[in-house]
Design a protein around this ligand. Sequence first.
Ligand code: 5GP
Ligand code: MN
Length: 345
Amino acid sequence: VLKNTVNEIFTSLEALVSHPKQKIVVVTHENPDGDAIGSAIGLGEVLKNVGHDVKIIVPNDYPAFLQWFSSELEILIYERKKNRCKTILQDAQVLFCLDFNEPKRTARMERAILEFSNQKVLIDHHPYPSDFCNLMISEPGYSSTAELVFDVVSRINLSGYVNHDAAEGLFTGIMTDTGCFSHNISRPNTFQVVAKLMEAGIDSEKIHAAVYHNFSAQRMQLLGHCLAEKMQVFPEYRAAVIWLSQKELQEYKFQPGDTEGFVNYPLSINNIVFSALFIEKKDYVKASFRSKGSFPVNEFSREHFSGGGHRNAAGGETKISLDESVEKFKQLLSDYKHQLLETTI
Ligand code: 5GP
Ligand code: MN
């Protein structure tokens, strides 16, 4: 979905970043994941290497398994440094919005993003973007925003600026959004980009271990608890659900990011194509949905849990209680029985 014609966009973008030393801000969605942080670092490093003054701002804190990057770019957390972030945004000439398709995905930063009056550029891979940027590069065919950032940077002749630190970010984005290259990959381009990132000298094994072999013992025990006690499987609907209360999270000393990936586990069960995870937060319940094949969890989430996302990975939230959320989910399964049974993998 492109607001301008493709060539126009890249010509404008090239002109935008060819001005000397611009103040540039890169923002991502709330609860930043590997693709949000990785693509922001990747693009931020490239723009820094070109000579710009770059800051990354994220709405809230992000997990420890994303805090090991070689890049020394500053990543500011909006909810902790609101005034400083506001000043930085006021002074910025260009704002890049990465890995989200509508301003509300940035939660507490939504207003600041809508009110930003200079050049706003979107680079994202979620379907159905809303029209909130001057330049919109929205490509749902891409595995990750990180893969798209690499192609955009190449298209405006800046691939020579993808150094080791930029490549580390972009590789992390692709690796995490594809579940270590297991899904979301429909074209050779994903691996072609990865090959070019490897040429920049990254250590892919080190990056994999930093992200996936970096959990606390409590996190592993919480996962065990989920799978043993809190997972309900509905073979007749090819579906499964896991739910966690605040009390359980506290018991296992929950840290941000600890439940990342939990929702994928039920999909490893033979013949299960739809998985849901409900987590009780302070004043709402966070929902995560994953599917295999043709079952569109973004539509399911949009219709029933005020959310959205990709066909096979979506999220949402609700103000009803945790128990009511799980009950609502179970009730809905029968409405989707036909679609679930018809799902092709
Ligand atoms: P997760 O389950 O990991 O939070 O999110 C999975 C996917 O759904 C991500 O691509 C994310 O951007 C999207 N997503 C998560 N929560 C929401 C939400 O509340 N609203 C929308 N529109 N998308 C979401
Ligand atoms: Mn992404």
